[in-house]
Ligand binder design. Structure first.
Ligand SMILES: O=P(O)(O)OC[C@H](O)CO
Length: 496
């Protein structure tokens, strides 16, 4: 076992694990956050709609409903403290035709039961005025003023970075293998990088949360069934959808939506395909056709000509029934300290609205630990603020000039579509959580997400990463081992 004894080990640095780490970093605890991938936020948190849901969708009485509404309300303060982009624009559930209009009121009632403030039912003319591109057959919409959009990678990175700056240890490329038990007590974990002892372990393994809890002998019937969602991204210059437009939801999904990102791109998706493979992020013709049909039902004037990228993400859907006996069977989040084993905070089935719920889940983890007798003394030096690094494209010309005078590398544009400079890339490589791969730089700076999709910047980024990390360009990868860009030196280099 490694020398150091941790108080808490968190398995999985997605949005939930990173948020738990951030909220625990406030207390005098030795916390280790482990992540099996080469960077944080590469699992379920890596591909989603970026929406902070208002909370009218989950069934009343479920943890999903409670965490969604509480989490949503925490985002203004969190965005201010952690400096990630969050815009509370509101969202619309759009009814097409009279039958769908009738369903809006029950959705509003459900929202009221969940405690969602600020919901209004609009008529078709109102919706057409607010979103001129909407299907003219629109009969009305539920407008939820508390809905928002964020930079979802920014949320994960900012939360984890604030945790690290406040003393949490982060280990990437570190995969959980098993628990170390003393009777029914968990006393540590085994990983591919050795054993670590700890008084508490938090299971925030997302798509693998079932595997982790089964290793502790818990909930053998619980199964994560990934629900794949595919998306199209549109060039921001060509299309202007200003709002988050949901269809009327089905019993199993919020449906295929048309939305905008904080960077100004329109995105459409996701479908919801239950699959077995926890790593299958493939795009299919059928899937893309399905999301296209869903999207043009809301915005008929969309044109595939302006699509610049497609991607797929997996939601870690579980089969846990709601613990509230008043709620009929509903697949709910698991947030518990189970009785069968000691030393485990068990989180499972955190699918949508997981991003919106993540800060509330973190607070609930803190409450559970307190309830289990942990003293949780606050650190006097805890700093809730995570300072943002300069983003050249968002600055005024006078600010850009000053930045360049101070550091000329901010005057060298590496990604022309998104106006990302060398200085920004270098800053991310030397940040508290260093970006070591192309995708890590992309998630942090938004480089490579424009019309050329990295066609021009990739070779430059490989050079910069190699130079700053002091390694050969052959070692630089897209997203970790096995995804290196270069296979061998060129003839000229070999001759040198
Ligand atoms: O299909 P759902 O209900 O999992 O919803 C997915 C959402 O659009 C994610 O924001």
């Amino acid at each position: 076992m490694a020398d150091k004894n941790y108080d808490v080990i968190i398995i999985g640095a997605g949005v939930v694990g990173s948020m738990v780490a951030r909220f625990l970093s406030r207390y005098k605890l030795d916390v280790l956050l482990i992540e099996k991938d080469s960077d944080i936020g590469m699992g379920a948190s890596s591909a989603n709609t970026a929406i902070i849901h208002a909370g009218y969708d989950p069934k009343p009485g479920t943890l999903k409903a409670e965490m969604n509404v509480v989490g949503n309300q925490m985002f203004d303060q969190l965005a201010g403290e952690l400096n990630f982009t969050f815009e509370r624009r509101g969202d619309y559930v759009v009814a097409i035709g009279p039958e769908e209009f009738a369903k809006l009121e029950s959705l509003r009632q459900q929202g009221l039961e969940n405690g969602v403030p600020g919901m209004v039912i609009l008529n078709g003319a109102d919706v057409r005025r607010r979103e001129p591109n909407i299907n003219p057959e629109v009969s009305g919409a539920l407008w939820a003023t508390t809905g928002g959009i964020c930079d979802p990678f920014g949320v994960v990175i900012a939360a984890a970075e604030n945790a690290v700056v406040n003393g949490v240890t982060l280990m990437t490329d570190t995969a959980f293998q098993d628990f170390i038990m003393d009777g029914k007590h968990i006393v540590g974990i085994k990983t591919n990088r050795g054993d670590f002892s700890s008084r508490w372990v938090v299971n925030s393994a997302g798509l693998y949360s079932d595997v982790v809890m089964h290793k502790a002998g818990l909930r053998p019937e619980f199964k994560i069934t990934p629900r794949k969602g595919e998306y199209y991204v549109f060039d921001k210059a060509e299309i202007t959808i200003n709002n988050v437009l949901f269809p009327v939801p089905s019993a199993t999904s919020k449906g295929i939506l048309v939305t905008t990102t904080v960077h100004g791109n329109t995105i459409i998706g996701p479908n919801a395909l239950e699959i077995d493979d926890k790593e299958d992020r493939s795009i299919t013709r059928e899937g893309l056709d399905e999301i296209w049909q869903g999207a043009i039902n809301l915005v008929p004037s969309l044109s595939l000509r302006y699509s610049i990228a497609e991607f797929a993400g997996l939601r870690p859907g579980g089969n846990a029934p709601c613990e509230n006996p008043d709620v009929k069977y509903n697949k709910d989040f698991i947030i518990e300290i189970p009785k069968q084993v000691e030393g485990l905070v068990n989180l499972g089935g955190i699918e949508s609205p997981g991003l919106s719920s993540s800060p509330a889940i973190a607070v609930r983890v803190v409450e559970l630990l307190k309830g289990a007798g942990e003293k949780l003394e606050e650190k006097s030096e805890w700093n809730p603020i995570r300072r943002a690094r300069p983003r050249f494209r968002d600055m005024l010309p006078t600010e850009q000039k000053l930045l360049i005078e101070n550091d000329p590398s901010y005057g060298r544009i590496i990604c022309r579509c998104e106006n990302v400079t060398e200085g920004e890339i270098v800053a991310e490589i030397h940040a508290p959580i260093p970006a070591r791969t192309y995708d890590a730089i992309k998630r942090r700076t938004w480089l490579g997400t424009g019309r050329c999709q990295g066609g021009f910047d990739t070779p430059r980024v490989v050079e910069i990463l190699a130079r700053e990390l002091g390694v050969s360009p052959l070692e630089i990868s897209k997203k970790g081992k096995g995804s290196e860009f270069l296979v061998r030196p060129t003839k000229d280099e070999e001759a040198e």
